[in-house]
Design a protein around this ligand. Structure first.
Ligand code: G16
Length: 543
């Protein structure tokens, strides 16, 4: 085999964000852009000679191109074997499982998650380590440093592999095994959930709609929900992954999954509605007439997980990202288990899961998951909900209301200001940060500020620290205003404002969410000055 060493020059914008490197396709399509990043990644890792690497992505435009390049660079750098999902497809949780199941050294996941795809859309590359989880910051920092110094990459001068053919091929001296992307994952789900009970529920007329948004979960959901659980054909809609997601925005929220939301709120609503995102790690859960916020979903899943066989012995602990509502904290308190608050980003859960300190994790950004993999997992959340519904024999709305009656309700909303001027956004955050010390102890609109800080985290397992993870202003009544800059946008900056207040178990749980939080929205606007600072008079997305 011929290995070519190609001279290159660094790009200065290859800093991985919350979840890997995400940019417009046009940026990734520049000569050497993918090659530089992948070589910088391999230069930052040690001990992979002869080992196995997993490669797969969400099928978006440029997926196949990037995969062929990654395979040839892996071959030239000495990996022994790569496992690739057929057609280049692996959902993010699916890839995490394949890495763990096959004892791989790590994996490259090609995805820009919920961001739009197609030639004008976004692309992304993320590296996951041997536990199946996203690389920790010490690795992503090393990769970024390397991208700024790279002078050459190594690539095998061999033909492309046939991504459509399950089986074994060669790429130079390296073995390439194309695997069925769904099989291992579906088998794992069967070990966690009571498929018989869910099958019986569907057989007795339970109806569901799952919107795969023309993204990666289509084949997974069709196999599991329709084939293995016996839901009628047509339960899964938009089930064929398309390179541009059919022109849609594969983010399962109330804006981009509007059709599903309207169906679920209408007179012909099925019993249960769900959706997942571009790469299959996010979820949207809607019962008939009842949207479940991701934060509430985390709390309800944690409180009921013992009803599924995989969690029958109970859960060790719960972790949530800082901006996620405190609903799950109340469940942990009642169960007498550990509760952890981490920075945004699934990578921060990895150590806690590996150490067995938490079993279930979740984020307000529509992510929930458990120790079965090291990524959030959209279909897992859907299946756990189905398992709970099958055992409790109650509707989603009943379960949600019952949960609030027991634990109280954390009214919660997130307001996103997307693609705002980056300088203006940074100035707003810096300005608020500077005013934080003076806020503590003040009474604002009748609420006393209990704390005001920039969230910093010390990992309890390895002691690593992460600072400047978002500004929080907490009040003595449990209300909270959080402001942070998104780490997943690709153009300008996205400001996220998170608002929360607690209504006790015997309080009023029937308010409309935005109305319930209106006084906090007004207060946040005065404190932060988003409208003034960005020139926007309303958020782009409210969830
Ligand atoms: C990624 C991360 C999540 C994070 C989310 C939002 O999700 O994996 O942990 O919560 O981004 O991050 P941000 O608020 O910085 O935009 P995904 O689904 O995009 O991979």
């Amino acid at each position: 085999m011929t290995i070519k060493t190609i001279a290159t020059t660094p790009f200065d914008d290859q800093k991985p964000g919350t979840s890997g490197l995400r940019k417009r396709v046009s940026v990734f399509a520049q000569p050497n852009y993918v090659e530089n990043f992948v070589q910088a990644l391999f230069d930052s890792l040690e001990g992979f000679e002869g080992k196995t690497l997993v490669i797969g992505g969400d099928g978006r435009y440029f997926n196949d191109v990037a995969i062929q390049r990654a395979i040839k660079i892996a071959s030239a750098n000495g990996f022994g074997r790569v496992l690739v999902g057929r057609g280049g497809i692996l959902s993010t949780p699916g890839a995490s499982h394949v890495i763990r199941h096959h004892g791989a050294f790590g994996g490259i996941v090609l995805s820009a998650s919920h961001n739009p795809g197609g030639p004008e859309g976004d692309f992304g590359i993320k590296y996951n380590v041997g536990n199946g989880g996203p690389a920790p910051e010490r690795i992503t920092d090393a990769v970024f440093a390397r991208t700024k110094a790279i002078t050459a990459y190594r690539i095998a001068d061999v033909p492309d592999v046939d991504l459509g053919q399950v089986g074994i091929q060669q790429s130079g001296d390296m073995v390439v095994e194309i695997i069925d992307p769904v099989a291992d994952y579906a088998a794992l789900m069967e070990t966690l959930f009571d498929f018989d009970a869910i099958r019986a529920m569907f057989a007795s007329g339970f109806s569901m709609r799952f919107d795969a948004m023309h993204a990666v979960t289509g084949p997974y959901a069709t196999e599991i929900i329709e084939k293995r659980l016996g839901a009628p054909t047509g339960t899964v809609i938009n089930g064929t992954p398309l390179p541009d997601f059919g022109g849609g925005h594969p983010d399962p929220n109330l804006v981009y999954a509007r059709d599903l939301y309207e169906l679920m709120m209408g007179p012909d609503a099925p019993d249960f509605g769900a959706a997942s995102d571009g790469d299959g790690d996010r979820n949207l859960i809607i019962g008939r007439g009842r949207f479940v916020t991701p934060s509430d979903s985390l709390a309800i899943l944690a409180a009921n997980a013992h009803l599924a066989p995989g969690y029958a012995r109970g859960i060790a602990g719960i972790a949530r990202s800082m901006p996620t509502s405190a609903a799950a904290d109340r469940v942990a308190e009642k169960l007498g288990i550990e509760m952890h608050e981490t920075p945004t980003g699934w990578k921060f859960f990895g150590n806690l899961l590996d150490a067995g300190r938490v079993t279930i994790c979740g984020e307000e950004s529509a992510g929930t998951g458990s120790d079965h993999v090291r990524e959030k997992d959209g279909l897992w959340a859907v299946l756990l909900w189905l398992n709970i519904l099958a055992v409790r024999k109650e509707g989603v709305d009943e379960i949600v209301r019952g949960h609030w009656a027991e634990y109280g309700r954390n009214y919660y909303t997130r307001h996103d200001y997307e693609e705002v001027d980056a300088e203006a956004a940074n100035a707003l955050v810096d300005d608020l940060r500077a005013r934080l010390p003076g806020l503590v102890g003040q009474t604002l609109d009748g609420r006393e500020v209990a704390y005001a800080d920039d969230f910093a985290y010390t990992d309890p397992v390895d002691g690593s620290t992460s600072a400047k993870q978002g500004i929080r202003i907490g009040f003595s009544d449990g209300a909270r205003i959080v402001l942070r800059l998104s780490g997943t946008g690709t153009v300008g900056a996205t400001l996220r404002l998170y608002l929360e207040r607690y209504e006790p178990a015997d309080g009023d749980h029937e308010l409309e969410t935005q109305a319930a939080l209106d006084d906090l929205v007004q207060l946040a606007d005065r404190l932060v000055g988003i409208r003034r600072g960005t020139g926007r008079d309303a958020p782009s997305v409210i969830t």
